[in-house]
Every structure is written in structure tokens, then in C-alpha cells.
Design a binder for this molecule. Structure first.
Ligand SMILES: Cc1ncc(COP(=O)(O)O)c(C=O)c1O
Length: 486
């Protein structure tokens, strides 16, 4: 990396601007914090308000960057091994929307794994794109969806060589990465660009002990949440890209269509400074993070009733690689569900986990952790095991995931259909679904708008409801009624 990584062009520009003590007669109306509720002002501190600015000429414009923002983007591109980087002030969801809307036109096909985040479904609806789904493997033991394999990608491309893009998740929320380099090569042999949801993989660019980053694997675009694990402020994310197959000017145009014109300079300054921090110190910080995670994993695996898997413990480990900073803690031998454990840890140890499902909790070890925080977690898990290891309550049975449903019409057509009504769930067999239905675990949409509801889907939904699995995406949160096209 160049010495330029020491610089923070945008943040420095903001400081320079505030030091001139300007008299603002523009938005934001709080005018350097003077018009802010005093309690909030005192809590946040005055500096945050001094740089809560807007795109006046000296501060450049995110929609057409030419000065400080352009320089900050160039440094980010270098740090993330990209040809071009965009800042998103609307999270990774906006970056995902922009990727799909940049590459696909209405009616195009896109190959996507089924365990997509809801932002991908909304992009499919916005762009009017037809998904070709690959069903990721479900881990028998952990009951979570893993990733997709090169063989599955090959098969999908063979069946749909006219696909306009391949969408990958790298790694999944649970930290399971695919063989992305090989998959990119397969797609590129067919001139199909690869778009990557790298929401949970920002650190991959800064350490060889993590799965390879999307850009280094040769992907064409990657939506990368700096804010999730990289340390920038929440909502600040980036879109990285290579120029070989996609024109950055077109992507800028699409991003402008989707992005607020009231750019938060706090968010983009946070991206500028955190890029410097990661470029200069990321390797050392991630070394320490991996060491802490390894220590935590070893200690957790000593606790009766708990399992914290590494590569060799995942089913089909040879085709996946786990991001070892993410601790999937399987509670299979304890008499408590993941959901109950989440609440118990909160109420008894003030521990907040990243997520829980029926059988697991997920704890993230990040560049913000220390020996002390790890010991807090271990002590809490030991207590959890001591409290819930002895009961012999009957565990709920595993639910069998049904086959991929038939897509009768594109998600957009179903979403905007003129004839949608809510009917009782048990009467919906053979109807076309008009909403997204996802249970956690395993977090794979069971039905999407446009898909035919079969008996096996209905059985799965009813079993999941009986097991009290939380459902997402539906109009009726109890799912007694389902929206269908009639
Ligand atoms: C896999 C995945 N992709 C995309 C997103 C969207 O990211 P954001 O919340 O920054 O919009 C998330 C958010 O949790 C996610 O888990």
C-alpha cells in the first residue's frame, strides 16, 4: 500500500473547513450544533455537529466527486484492491441494489443462492429481474444454510447460459465462505459478471488468515459493509468494483438514483478514517482478533454441551472455508434453544449476541475485542452450560426443508399484481405466493413472490410455526393468512 494511506483527504477537509469558523447560512439547520437539544448535544459532543455538514462547494459532492471525496474514494479503492470504490450512506442494502440495477435490465436472469438477504429480493423487484436460484446446502448438525459450490454454479450456468450475472454471498452471515476464486473463473469463462454480497467480509481484504476478499478473488462488484465489522459508523458502507466488465460511470448514475442527496458527511468521514486505520493497522488488529477467536473457540469447546465448529467440524468442509472470527456456538447438547440462550445471557450476564436461532447463537469477535471481553463471554457460557446442561427436556425435532418451489412469474410481476388477496394459510395450496416467507433458522426464504405453494411448503410452514420459529417478510406476522394471487 502507498504512503498515501496515511492521509484522510475528506476528514482533513472537514477539519480545515471548521477551523475557518465559517458562518453557515445553509442546512443542516442546527448550525454547528447551536440549535440542538442540549441533553443530546452534551451526550454526543460538539465535534460531531461541527462536521455534520452538507455538500457545499469546498466539501465536494458524493454524487459527482471531484475533490476531497474523489481522493478518499481512490484511497479506499487501493486499500480494498478495487479499480473503483463508491461510498454508500444507506448501508450495504443500497450497494446491493446498485449492483443489481447496474448490471441487469428488466427481464434479465440472475443466478442467486437462495439464502439471500431481503435487500436482494427488493433489488429483484426494483430491477424486474428473474432469479435462477441455487439451493445452498443445509448443515445437518447446525441446521444453518451454508454456501454454494463450484459444481452447483457450473450446473446453473449450463442450464441458463444467458444469465446476466451471478450473485454470491461471501461469507454468509454465519461466516461460511465458498471457493469464490474458482466460482469467479467459471462465471468469467461464460462472460458472466460476479456480484458479491460481502456484508460480513470487510476484513477479508486485510488478512490472509480470512477467506479471500471478493476483489482479490476476481469478482466484478462487491457490496462490503465497513460498518458491520470494519469499525466505521453504522450505515456507512462501500461498493467496490473492477472495470473490466462494468462501467463505473454507469454505476455512479445508478447509485445517484438510489441515494439521498443529503449526504451525511459524518458517515463518509468515518469511511475515510476507518479505511486509513484498516490499511495501516488492519493486519495487526486482525491477527489479534484471530488469536482471541481461536482462544475463545478452544475454551468454548471445553464447555460441556457446547460446540463451536471450525472448518473440519462443518459438514462438507472441503468446499467451504469458515471465517474464524465468527463463533457459531451450537447448543445441541444443552436443554435450551438459541433464542432462550440469547435472552438468558442478556438477563444474567449482560451479554448481547449477534443472532440466535433454534439451535445456535452467533458471537462475533472483532477488532474491538480484548482478553477481558473474551473472558466475560467464556464465563457466561460456562454458567449457561452449568444451568442448562442437566435438564432432560425433550428437544424439538428437526424440520425437513422442502424442494425449491416453481417460479410462475417474476417477483416484480407478483409484487405488483392487481389480484392479490389474503387467504387462510391452509387454503393456499397451488396458489401463487405474493410475499416473502422466511423462517430463522435456517434463514432461507421458503417462498418468494411469484412462487407456487405446494403441500410440502405448507407442511414446512406449519411445522416451523409449531416450533415457534420466527417468521419474517409477511404481512400477517402470525401467518394464519397468506397473501396470494388469485
Ligand atoms: C448477508 C447480508 N447482506 C446484506 C445486508 C444489508 O446490509 P445493511 O444492513 O448494511 O443494509 C445484511 C444485513 O444484515 C446481511 O446480513
Amino acid at each position: 500500500m502507498s504512503n498515501k494511506q496515511l492521509e484522510t483527504p475528506l476528514f482533513s477537509k472537514l477539519i480545515e473547513h471548521t477551523q475557518k469558523k465559517p458562518f453557515p447560512f445553509h442546512i443542516p439547520g442546527h448550525k454547528q450544533g447551536n440549535g440542538v437539544d442540549p441533553e443530546f448535544h452534551q451526550f454526543i459532543g460538539k465535534n460531531a455537529f461541527l462536521i455534520d455538514l452538507i455538500n457545499i462547494a469546498p466539501l465536494d459532492n458524493l454524487h459527482n466527486p471531484k475533490q476531497a471525496i474523489k481522493q478518499a474514494l481512490e484511497l479506499a479503492a487501493e486499500a480494498f484492491h478495487a479499480d473503483h470504490t463508491f461510498f454508500s450512506v444507506q448501508g450495504t442494502s443500497c450497494a446491493i441494489h446498485s449492483m443489481i440495477l447496474s448490471v441487469c435490465s428488466p427481464g434479465d436472469k440472475i443466478i442467486v443462492p437462495r439464502n439471500i438477504h431481503q435487500s436482494v429480493l427488493s433489488a429483484l423487484i426494483l430491477a424486474d429481474v428473474v432469479p435462477i436460484f441455487i439451493q445452498p446446502e443445509i448443515d445437518e448438525k447446525l441446521f444453518i444454510a451454508h454456501n454454494v459450490t463450484p459444481e452447483q454454479v457450473k450446473k446453473a450456468i449450463k442450464a441458463h447460459p444467458d444469465s446476466k450475472a451471478l450473485f454470491m454471498i461471501h461469507p454468509t452471515y454465519y461466516g461460511v465462505a465458498s471457493q469464490l476464486e474458482e466460482i469467479v473463473e467459471i462465471a468469467h469463462q461464460h462472460e458472466i459478471p460476479v456480484l458479491v454480497d460481502e456484508a460480513h467480509g470487510v476484513l477479508q481484504s486485510f488478512h490472509e488468515g480470512l477467506p479471500i476478499s471478493a476483489m482479490e478473488a476476481g469478482a466484478d462488484m462487491a457490496a462490503t459493509s465497513v460498518h458491520k465489522l470494519g469499525g466505521s459508523l453504522t450505515q456507512s458502507s462501500i461498493l467496490n468494483m473492477k472495470k473490466e466488465r462494468i462501467n463505473p460511470r454507469h454505476v455512479q448514475m445508478v447509485m445517484n438514483m438510489l441515494t439521498t442527496t443529503s449526504t451525511s458527511y459524518l458517515l463518509i468521514a468515518s469511511l475515510d478514517t476507518q479505511r486509513r486505520y484498516l490499511a495501516l493497522h488492519g493486519h495487526r488488529l486482525i491477527d489479534q482478533t484471530l488469536r482471541l477467536a481461536a482462544k475463545a473457540r478452544a475454551q468454548i469447546n471445553q464447555i460441556p454441551g457446547l460446540l463451536c465448529p471450525e472448518n473440519e467440524l462443518l459438514s462438507h468442509h472441503s468446499v467451504y472455508e469458515i471465517d474464524r472470527t465468527k463463533l457459531i456456538i451450537h447448543l445441541g447438547q444443552l436443554n435450551i434453544s438459541g433464542y432462550e440462550a440469547e435472552t438468558w445471557l442478556r438477563e444474567n450476564h449482560q451479554i448481547e449476541v449477534e443472532l440466535s436461532d433454534l439451535y445456535n447463537i452467533l458471537c462475533l469477535i472483532t477488532i474491538g475485542d480484548t482478553e477481558e471481553t473474551i473472558q466475560q463471554l467464556i464465563a457466561a457460557l460456562q454458567d449457561l452450560s452449568a444451568n442448562f446442561g442437566q435438564r432432560k427436556a425433550k428437544k424439538s425435532k428437526r424440520i425437513h426443508f422442502p424442494h425449491l418451489p416453481e417460479l410462475i412469474m417474476p417477483p416484480r410481476e407478483a409484487f405488483y399484481h392487481k389480484k392479490i388477496s389474503s387467504i387462510p394459510l391452509e387454503e393456499s395450496i397451488n396458489c401463487v405466493c405474493a410475499e416473502m416467507i422466511t423462517f430463522y433458522p435456517p434463514g432461507i426464504p421458503i417462498l418468494l413472490p411469484g412462487e407456487r405453494i405446494s403441500q410440502s411448503h405448507l407442511d414446512y410452514i406449519q411445522e416451523s410455526l409449531a416450533a415457534n420459529l420466527p417468521v419474517q417478510g409477511t404481512m400477517d406476522s402470525t401467518l394464519q393468512y397468506i397473501r396470494v394471487i388469485h
